[in-house]
Every structure is written in C-alpha cells, then in structure tokens.
Design a protein. Structure first.
Length: 302
C-alpha cells in the first residue's frame, strides 16, 4: 500500500469515475486501475463494483475513513513543512473579484516582496473549495456562507459584500427611461442574462428570468460584452464595473420596484495556523485594506 494508491482510491470515490479520477490526478486510466488492483490485493478484496456506475463495496466503504485519515495526516505534515518555508504562498480568488480586489492587493504585495514565490489561482467557488479541502491554498476568497460539508469548520478572516447592479448600455437605458419599473424594463430589454458567481441564485434573479422575453446564463466576459452592445441587461457586480459606471459606458437601471441584491463572499485561511505566518498575514491585510477601499468590506474578523 502506498500514498498514490490511497490518493487514487479517494479521488475515485469523490469523482465517481475512474476516468475522471485519472484526469484529475494527471495519470492514465490504466495507471489508476493498476493502483486500485494493487490496493485491493493488499486489503483482501474488491473496493469498488465496476459497471455503468462505480460504487463502493462494503469493504470499500469500511476502508474509506481509514484511507482518508492517512491522507489527512500526510496533508498536515506537508502543510507543516511548507510553513517552514516563509517564502511561498498559495492564494486563490473567485474570478469575479480578480480584477477589482485580488490583483491590486497581490501587485502591492509582490512589489514589497519581489523574491516571494506566489501561486495565484482563480476559479469558481466549487473549484476553490476543493483546493481548500486538499490543503493546497494558504488564503482564499470564496462564496459565503459556506455550504460545503467538507469545510464546515471554515471561519472567515473577513466578510465581503458587493452590490449587484442591473446594468444596461446607455442607449438601452435611454429607451427604457429614468426610474423605471421592472415591467417597463422587460417591455424594452431584448434579453436578460445571469451569471455563475452565485452559490445559490437569489430568488429575485430567478423571478426575473421568468419575466424576461428571453434569458441566458453566461460567462462574465461574454455577458458584459452583450450588455455593453445593448443586446441584453443583467446583474453585474458593482465593484467590477465602477469605472464603466463612472464613465457612462454602463448604466445602473436601478428599478424602483426591486430591492438591492447583494453577493457575499469571504476571505478565509487555508489552515487554522496559516495567519501565524507573517507573509500570509500581510497578504491578508492587503486584501482587507483593498476591500475597504472598494467599499466591499462587510466585516473584519481578524
């Protein structure tokens, strides 16, 4: 029995597929199968039922918590060794906060510490939650509240709150008129867009999908382009379009019969002792300071 076998076993359980596990671990499916066969020989029987759906056998279900305990111990030891090296930091952020919040803070940090090795990643909430579970990340900005049962002990360093603006192009906003109602907006707007940055899409946005003549869920870059060209309206996070609103490139429709919608997120530490490392604590300080400057800092829990 070795660590690669245990990692493969755990990955198959989490993905429900030998093929997906192989892709995640960047090995061939034959390698994954060979590791599992060797592990099954060691434990004395089959760990999975093979077929259209991969499922744990009773032996596999019994073995799983012990395998994960070994992996957790290994991850803790790896993290302890990384903490000795004060010159390396791993940081991840939600894509929607990369440009307005995370990048300026990282640039300032790297200017102050040009020799520090920084791993800076972006992703959706579920991607970052998995990296946190694997203890790959020292600091992260994730969606909040946290609904991931694997990270139930996670506590925020700081809470962030961003206003979601119902944005339109200037031409479309003029056609809709000032102080519009939702009825007026949807009588004119050709398309309504929603985005992937919600853990759970707010009920208010769900209801707008049904009122729109047409609606789509799209990536931020393409959706923003459609809105700028007057082909659609949609909720954009205010922190990411402050300059566009100020310049008049985009307009906040601000319907008079709709409450403000907020998107919450949080800065979290990857391990309980991450902030005991001076460089990690400094990067967290810079992120919190930048959030305060943007007006999105909701609570500082340091």
């Amino acid at each position: 029995m070795d660590i690669d076998q245990l990692r493969s076993f755990d990955r198959i359980v989490r993905d429900g597929s030998f093929t997906k596990a192989a892709a995640r671990l960047n090995v061939t499916q034959a390698t994954i199968s060979m590791r599992i066969r060797a592990l099954e020989t060691h434990v004395g029987g089959a760990l999975f039922t093979r077929g259209r759906k991969v499922e744990l056998t009773e032996r596999g279900a019994t073995f799983l918590p012990y395998a994960r305990r070994v992996l957790a111990t290994l991850l803790e030891s790896e993290d302890a060794m990384r903490s000795v090296d004060r010159g390396r930091i791993a940081f991840a952020s939600l894509r929607s906060l990369i440009e307005p919040l995370a990048t300026p803070a990282v640039v300032d940090f790297m200017r102050a510490h040009p020799r520090v090795e920084l791993q800076f990643e972006e992703g959706r909430h579920r991607d970052i939650a998995e990296w946190l579970h694997d203890r790959r990340i020292d600091l992260a900005i994730i969606g909040w509240p946290n609904f991931d049962p694997l990270l139930e002990a996670l506590e925020p360093v700081a809470l962030l709150r961003e206003k979601a603006v119902l944005a339109a192009s200037p031409a479309l906003a003029r056609e809709i008129g000032p102080q519009p109602t939702l009825d007026r907006i949807f009588a004119v707007a050709p398309h309504f867009l929603s985005f992937f940055w919600w853990q759970v899409t707010p009920d208010a946005i769900q209801s707008l999908r049904h009122r729109a003549r047409a609606s789509s869920q799209v990536l931020f870059s393409s959706g923003r382009a459609l809105i700028e060209h007057g082909a659609a309206i949609g909720h954009l996070l205010e922190a990411s379009i402050t300059g566009d609103l100020a310049s008049g490139r985009l307009v906040d429709l601000a319907p008079i019969d709709m409450p403000v919608i907020w998107r919450d997120s949080a800065l979290v530490a990857g391990t309980p002792d991450a902030l005991s490392r001076p460089l990690v604590a400094e990067l967290a300080d810079r992120i919190v300071a930048r959030a305060a400057t943007l007006g999105v800092l909701h609570a500082d829990r340091r």
